[in-house]
Design a protein around this ligand. Structure first.
Ligand code: GDP
Ligand code: MG
Length: 369
């Protein structure tokens, strides 16, 4: 029971169908009709918006992530995962390019990196940061819609000569809705006609509690063109990550998310961002309805690496079918188990295609005071 129709979900949530469908369209679903079948993750996200707490029933035939430990304090720190958002032409791509060139992999390879969906930058202090390589709001929302909440920190880029613009406001809304903390990069500071104070005032007006305006959101003046302030930006990210205390277990079954997937000459590869555990060659991973026994792990320079730990992006080969970006990755104990899980999931998606509405997830009202 991992699916529910729009009309049944509306009933469970106690909302009128028409109203419910309007709301789904507002939040980005297109052409919704009452008989549409939603998967459990999507239904769960929607239920949460209505202040319900979804309880996912899982089948023994499936693979599922281990529950999050309540106390992580004894676990090792992991690098934060950062997404860059902001108005068009404010410099997202330029900032990412600058950062990509400063990645470890790049410094070992004459500055050349491939686009694999994510890359790591190591700071002089030895701490590292992982940047998701696809700027923009669509990618962020698309990932979340699939249940992949892998962004820890949003860097909001605002051009110092243009200040807050419609897509800046949109980005603020997305970050707040997703409950992801922000750092502001006030970009293009190498230009003459800049006004960083106006940027801060405008942000404060849009409920971003920037430093100097009574809040604690850091606003760092930078230039993606000259590199001015970029180290400060990276340090601000590391400091915030330490404050948020990002930690993850490096033991146990590996888990992660597919960030990007393509087919190359060498076969089907996917960039996986490890969330938990350690991934090594020979491991068997399932992502959606495909699986792999890993032959090689590579970083963003195409260098073969031994293992990947939480917070690290890694390119993984050997997929039977190309996985989809946003799919959850889970380690299977054997090839047979991986095949069984994939078969089970394929069967399930056939049911979904037929529109047969198996009684879905349980939804219970959250206790509120
Ligand atoms: P995006 O749409 O947010 O990805 O913006 P881009 O990175 O494509 O940048 C838009 C334009 O602004 C390009 O012409 C960049 O060269 C320019 N630009 C980006 N960052 C800076 C900067 O720090 N200083 C200056 N002078 N120009 C910049
Ligand atoms: Mg761009």
């Amino acid at each position: 029971p991992e699916f529910i129709s729009v009309s049944n979900l509306a009933d469970v949530l106690g909302v009128r169908q028409a109203e419910f469908i309007d709301h789904l369209e507002e939040i980005g679903f297109e052409g919704v009709i009452h008989s549409h079948v939603l998967d459990a993750e999507t239904a769960g996200l929607i239920a949460e918006e209505y202040n319900f707490e979804p309880i996912f029933e899982t089948s023994e035939q499936d693979l599922v992530a281990a529950p999050e430990p309540e106390d992580k304090s004894h676990l090792p720190q992991r690098p934060p995962v950062v997404t860059i958002m902001g108005h068009v032409d404010h410099g997202k791509t330029t900032l990412l390019d600058w950062l990509r060139k400063s990645s470890v992999a790049a410094s070992e390879h004459g500055g050349i990196t491939q686009h694999i969906g994510a890359f790591s930058v190591v700071m002089p202090s030895g701490k590292s940061i992982t940047f998701l390589d696809t700027p923009g709001h669509a990618a962020f929302l698309d990932m979340r819609r699939r249940g992949a909440d892998l962004t820890d920190i949003v860097v909001l880029v605002v051009a110092a000569d243009d200040s807050v613009k419609p897509q800046t406001i949109e980005a603020i809304k997305h970050a707040k809705q997703a409950n992801v903390p922000m750092i502001v990069a006030i970009n293009k500071m190498d230009k003459d006609n800049v006004n960083p104070e106006k940027v801060k005032q405008d942000l404060a007006r849009h409920s971003v509690d920037v430093e100097d305006y009574g809040g604690d959101v850091q606003a760092i003046p930078v230039s993606g063109k000259t590199g001015l302030g970029m180290l400060d930006l990276e340090e601000a990210i590391v400091t915030l990550s330490e404050l948020l205390d990002h930690r993850a277990d490096v033991e146990g079954n590996a888990e992660g998310w597919v960030v990007e997937a393509t087919t190359k000459k060498a076969g089907r590869v996917a960039t996986v961002l490890v969330k938990r555990g350690t991934v090594r060659a020979g491991d068997i991973l399932v992502a959606g309805t495909t699986w792999t026994r890993i032959k090689t792990l590579k970083n963003e320079a195409g260098t073969v690496i031994e293992e990947a730990t939480p917070g690290m992006p890694v390119e993984i080969d050997g997929w039977r079918e190309q996985p989809e970006a946003g799919s959850e990755v889970l380690q299977a104990p054997s090839e047979q188990r991986a095949k069984d899980v994939v078969d089970y999931r394929l069967e399930r998606s056939d049911i979904k295609k037929l529109g047969q509405d198996t009684a879905a997830i349980n939804v219970s009202r959250r206790e509120t005071l």
